[in-house]
Each structure stands twice: as structure tokens, then as C-alpha cells.
Design a protein around this ligand. Structure first.
Ligand code: SAM
Length: 235
């Protein structure tokens, strides 16, 4: 029951994010590109397959979604050990192990193409990677890495390259009861409190009060390189 509810809500969140981002990219004013899908936490590939299938389906209505590429960021070795996290026995080192080979096989069996960035975030989410990935910036971000320590690393790294009004979907806010000192919620609060960042997160209307979906807002809209106030007519 719990699992089916989770699967249905994930479909709903992904669908809303895809249609919202397609509509933002269609705007005549304050234009920006469509962006791409970044997934942090892939395990065996289920959520990546869900997004790949939905993207294919919604490309019928929004043909531009064809160009939305899927990127998966994972250790492909399961959860890391972290001293920063509370001692919740629910999250164990090595848990959710899915090897890169296994995930690639699962995902490609649905004829879904994705790119994989392998490594623990403490090592993989570098300045160099941000520069490289800024050529394919994200606008839909799914964060399912369970831990506070993983989530704060992800949020700080994404701050460098996320497109304005990107949609961030958090899978595990309620796994820790939306507690402000635990898990993903703790990471969001900490990220929003930082002064040396480009943006901040606020709950999105498409979250429908679930505290699960956030919108990435730019602090300094006039100087941000990715926040364009141009209109299509002025191109
Ligand atoms: C709950 S699983 C993801 C489930 C998946 N989204 C699905 O729908 O089946 C969590 C994933 O996060 C990854 N992960 C968590 N923290 C990480 C870190 N610091 N670096 C790399 N991968 C991490 C784990 O390897 C694991 O695959």
C-alpha cells in the first residue's frame, strides 16, 4: 500500500515537473532553455526508468522534451558511511547497492538513454564537473540520496549551475518526518541559510503543500548569467 502510494506520487511529481518546465521554456518573456533531468540516487534505476518513460509519453504533447537529457549521479556502491548523519539504523553503509552495469542494463532494456556520473558526491561533485555540466544545466532535479550529508553536498554543488526556476523533487522529506534537524529538510534549511549562494529553495505550488517539491530561485536576478530578462522578440 505504502509502496503503491509512493509510486503514484512519484509519477505525479515527475509529470508536473515535466509539464511545468516545458511551459517555462515556452515563455516569450524572461526566456531560458529547457534544461535537463538530474537524478541523485538511482539504486537499480526505477526512478530513472519512470522519468524516461514519462518523458517519452509527454514528448507527444511537448516535442521539446525530446531534447531533455537524463543524468544519473550515484556511487553505484550504495550509501556512504557518514559521521554527519544521525545514528538512524534505517540508513546503513552500502545499502541500496546497484552496480553501474546492472543499472545500465535495467534502464536500456526500456530503450531509455541516460548518462551516468559515478562516484561518491564528496569526490564526484567537483568544480570541474560543474563547469563541464553547465553545458547541460538541470531544470528538473530528483534528490533521493536519503542522507543529510549527501543532500547538502548536492544542493551546494547544484547552486553553481541550476537554471532559474528549476524544480527540485525531494524523495525523503517524510522519511524523517519533515524534521528540521534531520535528513533532507535539515539540508534544505542549511542551504537556504547560506549567504554565499546564487539561489535558494522555496516550496513550489505544484508540491500542493506536501513539502516535497521546491523551486530554485535566484537571489540577484539582474546579475545572474542564467537569468535572462530578454524576450523572444529581442533575440
Ligand atoms: C534510496 S536509493 C535511490 C532509489 C532510487 N531513486 C529508486 O527509485 O529506486 C539511494 C541512492 O543514493 C545513493 N547515494 C546516497 N548518498 C550518496 C553519496 N554521498 N554519493 C553517491 N551516491 C549516494 C546510493 O548509492 C543509492 O543508490
Amino acid at each position: 500500500m505504502n509502496r503503491s502510494f509512493h509510486a503514484i506520487s512519484q509519477l505525479w511529481y515527475f509529470r508536473n515537473a515535466l509539464t511545468l518546465q516545458a511551459n517555462i521554456a515556452r515563455k516569450k518573456n524572461r526566456i531560458r532553455e529547457l534544461g535537463n533531468y538530474y537524478e541523485f540516487g538511482t539504486f537499480k534505476g526505477n526512478s530513472l526508468i519512470t522519468m524516461g518513460n514519462l518523458k517519452r509519453f509527454f514528448s507527444i504533447i511537448y516535442p521539446e522534451l525530446d531534447s531533455l537529457a537524463l543524468f544519473s549521479f550515484d556511487s553505484f556502491e550504495g550509501l556512504p558511511k557518514s559521521e554527519l548523519d544521525h545514528n538512524d539504523p534505517v540508513w546503513q553503509k552500502g545499502q541500496f547497492f546497484g552496480s553501474l552495469e546492472e543499472v545500465k542494463k535495467n534502464v536500456s532494456s526500456y530503450r531509455i538513454k541516460a548518462k551516468y556520473i559515478k562516484g561518491f558526491y564528496s569526490e564526484s561533485l567537483t568544480e570541474e564537473l560543474a563547469i563541464e555540466m553547465s553545458r547541460f544545466p538541470p531544470s528538473i532535479i530528483f534528490i533521493d540520496a536519503d542522507l543529510y550529508s549527501s543532500t547538502i553536498q548536492i544542493l551546494k554543488w547544484l547552486d553553481k549551475i541550476a537554471l532559474p526556476m528549476s524544480t527540485y523533487i525531494f524523495d525523503d522529506i517524510w522519511a524523517t518526518g519533515n524534521h528540521p534537524e534531520l535528513g533532507e529538510q535539515k539540508a534544505i534549511i542549511e542551504y537556504n541559510s547560506l549567504s554565499n549562494t546564487r539561489g535558494f529553495l522555496i516550496e513550489s505550488p505544484i508540491s500542493l503543500g506536501s513539502k516535497t517539491i521546491f523551486s530554485f530561485n535566484i537571489k540577484n536576478t539582474l546579475s545572474d548569467p542564467m537569468y535572462s530578462l530578454r524576450t523572444k522578440d529581442t533575440l
